[in-house]
Write a protein that binds this ligand. Sequence first.
Ligand SMILES: *Cc1c(COP(=O)(O)O)cnc(C)c1O
Length: 405
Amino acid sequence: MNSREPVTRELFNDVMVPNYAPGAMIPVRGEGSRVWDQDDREYVDFAGGIAVNSLGHAHPGLIGALQEQAEKLWHVSNVLTNEPALRLARTLCELTFAERVFFANSGGEANEAAFKLARRYSWQHHGPEKHEIISFTNSFHGRTLFTVSVGGQAKYLEGFEPAPGGIHHATYNDLNSVKELISTEKTCAVVVEPIQGEGGVMPAEPEFLEGLRKLCDEHDALLVFDEVQSGAGRTGHLYAYQHYGVTPDILTSAKGLGGGFPVAAMLTTAKVADSLGVGTHGSTYGGNPLACAVAQKVIDTISQPEILKGVKARSEKLRKGMMAIGEKYDIFSHIRGEGLLLGCVLTDPWKGKAKDFLAAAQAEGLMILVAGADVIRLAPSLIIPDQDIEEGLERFEKAVAKLTK
Ligand SMILES: *Cc1c(COP(=O)(O)O)cnc(C)c1O
């Protein structure tokens, strides 16, 4: 067998570690918010590669940025710096609260850096006792051992213990549960997703994030926002913290930041950044020129006011359309989320069956996502054309009509 021989979905089971259960079709190309599989069947993409393809597929600007950099310089290691990394860091500092940036390759890695930084900052300024991290049940922060431990879904830690210690889980949107755990002597950081993504597309109440900021200030703890899913324009703001008006000390970004190219960033202040001195942390690929050149184009594009405004308009259209289908077939109790990160919460008779909707939609030529068993999640391209929203909604209604018959 050579590398050019055709491959099928069946091959997955023979050659891949079984940690995923991919769908039956294999996508082979995409353009905008449409994707084609091996049989040239076309799909409307409401999934966006799980909130990653922020500018859709094969975006000419991103192709241009990648090709231009590909012909110049791919990699030099962090023994040297490079122009695309410096430019991207400068842009991120200009557009956010950040004064310093660390680049990584994935959300989990950016969070790993954030949690390590929080511990080290606290160790340096307050001593080793102040190392505890408070996060939330149902949160998701990645799959490294530290990030699954901070994450609030016990099933992801099962069989991987012993886990790192000093981590406590409070209840999301419940400030009192944080007050019970936080202490000036012990807490180094509170880690929170402004909108819980994997945990069911659950937005934070503004007063909750405001209260966390206040508690962190009172107890000399750092506030860490995991914006891996909510960031990079998805809410109609460059970062969700700007929507809430609550500024963290550390923010992590990945997924949509690269529009499909692996790249992640940890943003922080100069004072906090100082605790990651020379040699304390690193990443071979982090900040490599190819990734940074692509991310630069993504950020330059999505930070334009008309793109961010467009997210709100598209969100309204998509939400209304889903609402109407939800009412007609009595499948959604409500729709939550911000911008183009929407969670359609299934009514009691359909609870636990989100995956059935995903399969039914795929059969009608529509890609959607789930967030747990009770929520259908939509995270399309931030520039999905109106016609594609309409076509996707039509296909979804067809799928629902068949499923509910
Ligand atoms: C996806 C996600 C991560 C993990 O990102 P990876 O790139 O898969 O490591 C972390 N936090 C949040 C909020 C996410 O949605």
